[in-house]
Design a protein around this ligand. Structure first.
Ligand code: MN3
Length: 297
C-alpha cells in the first residue's frame, strides 16, 4: 500500500511562462526514459517478483525505489504546470504543445516531448532478476541522458531545479542497480560511471545536493518495511569513493507551488471564485479551521 504526503521532494521556483520549455520537460514525464517509465517498471517488477522471502534484499531495493519514483512524477508534474502558469493560448499553440491548451488546463499530461502518450510497452518485467537489474541500470542511464539534455535545452528556473534534483536522485538509482548486479554476478558496471560521461558536480544546481550527501543516500519511503536494502545498497560510491547509506525518513520536502486559476482554459472552471466560495462554505460546514487547507504548506 502507498502512503502519500502532500509535499514535493524538491522546491519548484516560479518563473516566466515557458510553453516551449514545458513541452521539452514532458520527455521527463512520459518519454521512454521518463519518470512514468521508472515508476511503472519498478512497480510492475515488484508486483511480479517471485521468491520475495529468499531474495528479500533485491525485492526491497526495487520496491523501495518504485516508491521514490512516484515522488519524481509529482515533481515533473509540478514543474510543467508551473511553467505553463500565465502563458496565453496563442503562446502555447505557437511555441509549445497545443495539447497543453487544448487537452489540459495548462497542466502536465502523460505524454512525451512529441506529444506521444506514455505506454505500458515501456515496461520490462521478464522475471529474470539479472536481466531486470541490467534493464534498470540501462533505464536509469537513459533517464540521466534525458535529464542532462533537458538541463541543457531549458533554462527556466523550475526546469533547472527539477533536473538538478532528478540527476542526483537518478544517479543514486543508477548506482543502486549497478551495485546490485555487481553483488549478484561479479560484473563491475560501476567502472562505467559517470554515464553519460558528465559528472554531476559539474552542474552548479546539483552541488547543494552533493553537499548534503543526497548522492550517497537511498531513502526508505516507509516507516518499517524494505529494511533489507542495506544488504545491497552499500560500499563505495563509484565516482567519489564515499560510503553509500540508507536512511529513514526521507527529507520532509516542500509545499507544492501555487497554481493560480487559468480562466481562458476554464481551469478550475469559468468562474473560479464561485467554486472557491462553495469550497469555503463546505469547509465551514465541516467544522474545518481556516488554516486546514494550508496545512501542507
Ligand atoms: Mn527517477
Amino acid at each position: 500500500m502507498i502512503l502519500r504526503y502532500d509535499r514535493l521532494g524538491v522546491e519548484i521556483p516560479a518563473g516566466d511562462p515557458d510553453p516551449a520549455g514545458a513541452m521539452a520537460v514532458q520527455e521527463l514525464m512520459g518519454g521512454r526514459f521518463g519518470e512514468m517509465s521508472t515508476l511503472m517498471n519498478y512497480t510492475f517488477q515488484s508486483f511480479g517478483f517471485r521468491g520475495r522471502k529468499e531474495l528479500r534484499p533485491f525485492y526491497d531495493l526495487i520496491a523501495n525505489i518504485a516508491a521514490e519514483e512516484y515522488g519524481h512524477i509529482e515533481a515533473v508534474g509540478a514543474t510543467i504546470t508551473t511553467m505553463l502558469s500565465g502563458a496565453d493560448a496563442r503562446q502555447i499553440v505557437e511555441q509549445g504543445s497545443p495539447a497543453h491548451f487544448l487537452k489540459s488546463g495548462k497542466g502536465v499530461l502523460p505524454v512525451d516531448s512529441g506529444g506521444a502518450p506514455w505506454t505500458g510497452d515501456y515496461v520490462f518485467s521478464s522475471g529474470d532478476l539479472v536481466e531486470v537489474l541490467t534493464h534498470n541500470f540501462f533505464l536509469e542511464t537513459g533517464a540521466r541522458n534525458g535529464k542532462l539534455k533537458v538541463y541543457e535545452a531549458v533554462d527556466h528556473p523550475s526546469a533547472r531545479a527539477l533536473t538538478a534534483y532528478l540527476l542526483v536522485r537518478g544517479g543514486v538509482h543508477q548506482v543502486a542497480y549497478a551495485r546490485a548486479l555487481e553483488l549478484l554476478t561479479g560484473a563491475d558496471l560501476t567502472k562505467a560511471f559517470p554515464m553519460p560521461r558528465i559528472p554531476t558536480d559539474k552542474i552548479p544546481e546539483c552541488r547543494p545536493y552533493l553537499e548534503q550527501g543526497s548522492h550517497l543516500t537511498l531513502y526508505r519511503f516507509t516507516p518499517d518495511d524494505y529494511t533489507e536494502v542495506v544488504a545491497v545498497f552499500k560500499g563505495a560510491h563509484p565516482e567519489t569513493g564515499e560510503e553509500l547509506r540508507v536512511e529513514h525518513p526521507a527529507p520532509e520536502g516542500f509545499p507544492w507551488p501555487d497554481a493560480p486559476a487559468e480562466e481562458d482554459v476554464f481551469a478550475p472552471d469559468y468562474a473560479p471564485g464561485e467554486i472557491a466560495q462553495i469550497a469555503q462554505k463546505l469547509r465551514e460546514e465541516a467544522g474545518l479551521k481556516d488554516d486546514v487547507g494550508k496545512r501542507a504548506a
